[in-house]
Write a protein that binds this ligand. Structure first.
Ligand SMILES: Cc1cc2nc3c(=O)[nH]c(=O)nc-3n(C[C@H](O)[C@H](O)[C@H](O)COP(=O)(O)OP(=O)(O)OC[C@H]3O[C@@H](n4cnc5c(N)ncnc54)[C@H](O)[C@@H]3O)c2cc1C
Length: 395
């Protein structure tokens, strides 16, 4: 069997793996990236509708979900969105800010993958695709030994950057979790995050025919609130506000939607009754909500009458419904369409500065495989870059 020696093996040629490899390579280490699929950076290519929302200028620890919320602080503070932006600008990639600090490429996500590969090439990193790993063990000399199509690879450092479970068709695998468990690490339960919600039974029937309707809402669940667009789909609801809140929702949890965020709904209804007493609620709601949705609201949840016929308590009830519309979701669309995986390798057994395992010297975990999940809006890539940079600088 062919034997190959190197300093660092990085498993996974995604966002975190490539940035870690180029960082370690630039410091003079021999680095080999083993990517299981036929192409590196597939999620980068898919991201941001093909324009890669590569970071968020407002990134902070509060934008992440983890059982260990302090874990992200060190890496995020040491490698900020401005560091990644400096790299993007050095490679002359044109970018723009969309909203809420989200930075996107002007042209194509391909440029980000090209940038990472160019940096790897310059740092002498060897990148191999279709290099799925068989077994991983530790040899007599304490070095890691991996079998793949290149033969037996020996390395003093093993970096697991194999990502989460979302979108299996893009190369996602449970490799990192299995390896972590093999070495005694706890893996916290995983589930789909940043994912459309599904409705069923009467809750789906009530939304029948509304697919495609989108409007700004505030989605609330378990003490979190996100103000952005909601989109009705054929199976349920999606759009940024729903994707965000999906990470905080589990079946059975109460989910409420403010259908008119930014409006003083009590004042709005009182004003309508005073100024337009003969107008029907349905007609007036259609001025502030999509017409089809306003119509459905008044068919299912709110009786529509001329405004003068509403008593004060009835108006208060209507205002409560518009502010706290109950959305009864049955589940999520799952990993097939989820942008991220919640849960993962328990960070309490990983160093927050070097990302080295506290159980196995030389073994590092970075990126999404860890129990760290960002909000929608560039936070997940920023975590991939920051954790990768911390590990790549630590060897
Ligand atoms: C459709 C979509 C759009 C997204 N858009 C954005 C966005 O705009 N902004 C943002 O911040 N985040 C976005 N995300 C989330 C972001 O892509 C991930 O959080 C990020 O890619 C995680 O980086 P990672 O390197 O940890 O994992 P990944 O990028 O998933 O990389 C893991 C790599 O490991 C490889 N691999 C898996 N198992 C093995 C194995 N056994 N052997 C070898 N290789 C293996 C995989 O093929 C993959 O290449 C999006 C996600 C999706 C699915």
């Amino acid at each position: 069997m062919t034997r190959l020696e190197t300093d660092v093996v990085v498993v996974g040629g995604g966002a975190a793996g490539l940035l870690c490899a180029m960082t370690a390579g630039a410091r003079g280490l021999r680095v080999l990236v083993l990517e299981g699929s036929n192409r590196v950076g597939k999620k980068i290519l898919m991201s941001g509708g093909g324009r890669c929302n590569f970071t968020n200028t407002g990134t902070g620890p509060d934008n992440y979900l983890s059982a260990n919320p302090h874990f992200v602080k060190s890496a995020l503070a040491r490698y900020t969105p401005w560091h990644f932006l400096e790299l993007v600008e050095r490679h002359r990639i044109a970018w723009h800010e969309k909203e809420l600090g989200q930075l996107f490429c002007d042209d194509s996500s391909k440029l980000v993958v090209r940038m990472l590969l160019d940096e790897c090439a310059q740092a002498g990193v060897r990148v191999e695709t279709q290099a799925a790993i068989g077994t991983v063990g530790v040899g007599d000399d304490g070095r890691f030994e991996l079998d793949c199509r290149l033969g037996r690879v020996q390395a003093t450092r093993l970096v697991v950057a194999s990502g989460g479970l979302s979108i299996p068709s893009l190369g996602a695998s449970g490799f990192g979790y299995r390896l972590a468990e093999q070495y005694g690490h706890a893996v916290l339960p995983t589930r789909a995050g940043l994912v459309p919600l599904t409705l069923s039974g009467k809750h789906q029937e009530r939304m029948d025919g509304l697919a495609g309707v989108a409007f700004p809402v505030e989605a609330r669940c378990n003490g979190q609130a996100f103000r952005n667009a909601m989109l009705v789909t054929h199976r349920g609801v999606s759009g940024p506000a729903i994707l965000q809140i999906s990470s905080y929702w589990q079946p059975g949890d109460e989910l409420r939607i403010d259908l008119l965020p930014g409006h003083d709904v009590d004042a709005l209804l009182a004003g309508w009754r005073h100024d337009r007493p003969d107008a029907e609620l349905r007609t007036l709601l259609a001025e502030v909500l999509p017409r089809r949705f306003a119509q459905r609201l008044t068919e299912v949840w709110l009786p529509s009458r001329p405004m003068r016929q509403y008593s004060a308590p009835q108006l208060r009830e209507a205002a409560t419904l518009l502010r706290d519309w109950p959305l009864v979701a049955s589940g999520t669309e799952g990993y097939r369409t989820a942008e991220v995986t919640l849960g993962g390798i328990d960070t309490r057994e990983v160093s927050s500065t070097t990302f080295e395992s506290r159980r196995v010297p030389g073994l590092h975990f970075i990126g999404e495989v860890l129990d760290v999940t960002g909000w929608l809006g560039g936070y997940n890539f920023q975590w991939a870059w920051a954790s990768a940079h911390a590990a790549g600088s630590a060897f």
